[in-house]
Design a binder for this molecule. Sequence first.
Ligand SMILES: CC(C)(COP(=O)(O)OP(=O)(O)OC[C@H]1O[C@@H](n2cnc3c(N)ncnc32)[C@H](O)[C@@H]1OP(=O)(O)O)[C@@H](O)C(=O)NCCC(=O)NCCS
Length: 145
Amino acid sequence: MESSDRTPQDGAGRDGQPPDRSPTIRTIAMPADTNPAGDIFGGWLMSQMDLAAGTVAALTSHGRSATIAVEGMKFLRPVKVGDEVSLFADLVRLGRSSMQIRVQAWRRQREHAGSEKVTEAVFTFVALDAEGRARPVRQPTAAPG
Ligand SMILES: CC(C)(COP(=O)(O)OP(=O)(O)OC[C@H]1O[C@@H](n2cnc3c(N)ncnc32)[C@H](O)[C@@H]1OP(=O)(O)O)[C@@H](O)C(=O)NCCC(=O)NCCS
């Protein structure tokens, strides 16, 4: 892909429906992820989203990368203990060293089939070299092993 503002398929689902594909990460919200009031921490969900975005960043940059920014996060619904949480991450813009990755989080109550969107945000990752400096995303890397 050329370095540009163009937006590849972002994998957005139909209105009110999650994307029609496997999530980048799927997990269960557990009691250890709650605050003292028994609700799931927003920070736990953000960390799951960061992990999902990091998966796409690693596949895109073929190496190390780090989160530099997160934009536009609003929590629309609470997540409850036992919910199945699905994270869908999609590359939406590729810069020189940066990657903008849109992440949607959906919850499904354990005993019910329907899902609802909890939040979404755009994470920006920067590809890093061995010294932790920004590097071009398309820099050739040695084959593993
Ligand atoms: C990632 C890091 C090495 C980049 O260093 P830097 O000096 O800011 O690098 P640059 O100015 O060359 O910017 C690198 C890219 O980030 C983009 N960028 C910088 N600030 C940004 C911001 N606030 N939002 C979005 N993108 C940003 C730049 O536009 C550039 O993109 P491009 O190469 O595609 O054009 C440095 O900021 C860093 O180490 N940050 C900490 C990352 C980290 O530890 N994250 C986890 C926190 S626990």
